[in-house]
Design a protein around this ligand. Structure first.
Ligand SMILES: Nc1ncnc2c1ncn2[C@@H]1O[C@H](COP(=O)(O)OP(=O)(O)OP(=O)(O)O)[C@@H](O)[C@H]1O
Length: 459
């Protein structure tokens, strides 16, 4: 899973909240800073251009008035007007939260938070902020936009066709199916479609169907009433309802089992959901975007994917070409990621030799742009000199998948759980030529869990 390029500041006087928040958020966002002292906010805002501040409302012992929260909300908006502020409030403080929205907060979240709800709110806030940043950057440097297109970098004819299709369909309500290998930018395309649509001011709700278990599917997508099942402690809105007015992005739709395909189809046809444990249909007004790296048309022929569901979701199709089929974009992407990581890791003098660019352009990038992104980040971190050379990249000769060269052999003494886990992950990646979905399936874990392990073991 790719991290949102978003910088978040979490302010709360309870250390437990800070720890839980940091552990959750750093899996999904590029940078997460926490502080228990609100008086540090002005200094931290001066040091870092935070995209979002997640702010508790009360700091003094026993305080419940939220006066401090309002004070800090005002301060943040004065010091950094584009920063999105999300307030954390206790249950029952809804009136106060509404007042805070009027005073400039972007949104609020109830404590204790539900992880997926918090992540959805933060993602939307990040998109708002990044959209603002992008718009002001675009007007400031028009000369540098020739190869940029709403989150994409690339000038190849294949990408120009993608941009044209996005421009044509974004403002319609057509359902869009985005096809392409892992890491080719399917989510980037989905977000661009949303940002350019009439629904841009409403939610962009992403559901990774590869990561939702069969048992939780209905409650996650359709919601549930309190008591609908043992763990249903309170009423909960589903992701489809949450997307109402906006865009629902169903990622990895090819991974859906047959029975879940039927359930999803029923909802899409009727345009209403019934929360688990209730019998009241609720209308949903969504624009649907789906994506997959699976060969859905072959799957239909084999009976693994329902044809009627495919016809419902593929009004317009967008094919994202693999990087090896648009090599003219590789140099631009290398230069882009080099700029990003030199800034991130404070390496202003680091460059790249033209022979290295040539070598990287010849490689076949089975993991596409995500692999190039990670390779550049790793190289910038590890390079000791002022110029990146081919040796700074762990690329296989002849362009074979990167993972194939890197399976290590463990001796008996090294059979720790960690070592075994690393070995299993490597083996699965090699077997499936770096295809994350297939490797995750073989390992019996979600794609998100696999990405986490790849990061953890530095693969
Ligand atoms: N054309 C592009 N220019 C710049 N960055 C890109 C481009 N395409 C993709 N990326 C970046 O590459 C990474 C992978 O993109 P994204 O998550 O959209 O791919 P995906 O096809 O949805 O992958 P998966 O199928 O594995 O979910 C992200 O960090 C994204 O920002």
């Amino acid at each position: 899973m790719s991290k949102d390029p978003c910088k978040i500041l979490l302010v709360d006087d309870e250390e437990d909240i800070l720890l839980a928040g940091k552990l959750l958020l750093k899996q999904h966002f590029a940078s997460v800073i926490t502080t228990s002292d609100p008086y540090r906010i002005p200094g931290l805002l001066q040091e870092t251009d935070f995209d979002v501040v997640l702010l508790d409302m009360n700091y003094s012992t026993g305080a419940t008035s939220s006066k401090e929260g309002f004070h800090w909300l005002k301060q943040i908006l004065q010091l950094s007007p584009k920063t999105q502020v999300i307030l954390m409030t206790a249950y029952g403080d809804i009136e106060m939260a509404v007042r805070a929205l009027k005073e400039g907060a972007t949104d609020f979240v109830l404590k204790p938070w539900q992880n997926d709800k918090l992540l959805a709110i933060l993602r939307t806030a990040c998109q708002n902020k990044l959209g603002l940043k992008k718009r002001s950057a675009e007007s400031a440097e028009n000369n540098n936009t020739a190869y940029h297109y709403d989150g994409f970098i690339g000038v190849s004819p294949a990408m120009q066709r993608v941009y044209q299709t996005i421009d044509k369909v974004a403002r319609t309500e057509a359902n869009v199916l985005i096809l392409g290998e892992n890491g080719t930018g399917k989510e980037v395309a989905a977000r661009a479609l949303h940002r350019k649509s009439k629904r841009a001011d409403n939610a962009f709700e992403k559901v990774d169907l590869g990561a939702v278990s069969e048992t939780l599917f209905e409650s996650e997508l359709f919601g549930h009433a309190k008591g609908a099942f043992t763990d249903a402690k309170e009423d909960r809105i589903g992701r489809l309802e949450a997307a109402t007015g906006g865009t629902l992005f169903l990622d990895e739709i090819g991974n859906l089992s047959h029975s879940l395909q039927a359930k999803l189809l029923t909802v899409l046809q009727s345009r209403q959901v019934v929360r688990l444990g209730t019998n009241k249909p609720r209308p949903i007004d969504i624009r649907l975007i789906c994506a997959t790296n699976m060969p859905v048309y072959d799957m239909v022929k084999e009976g693994a994917f329902r044809q009627d569901l495919l016809y419902r979701i593929n009004t317009v199709e967008i094919h994202l070409p693999p990087l090896r089929e648009r090599r003219e974009d590789i140099k631009l992407l290398i230069e882009h990621f080099l700029r990003v990581y030199c800034e991130k890791y404070d390496r202003p003098n680091l460059g790249i030799s033209s022979s290295t660019i040539r070598r990287l352009s010849e490689y076949h990038w089975p993991g596409n742009i995500r692999e190039l992104d990670h390779a550049m980040e790793r190289a910038v971190i590890l390079c000791d000199g002022d110029e990146l050379h081919p040796d700074d990249f762990y690329l296989a000769p002849g362009g074979a998948p990167q993972h194939s060269q890197r399976v290590e052999v463990f001796s008996e003494n090294e059979y720790t759980l960690e070592a075994l886990e690393k070995m299993m992950v490597q083996k699965a990646l090699v077997k499936h030529s770096g295809n994350i979905t297939h490797a995750a399936k073989e390992l019996g874990i979600t794609r998100t869990a696999l990405y986490r392990r790849i990061e953890k073991h530095g693969l």
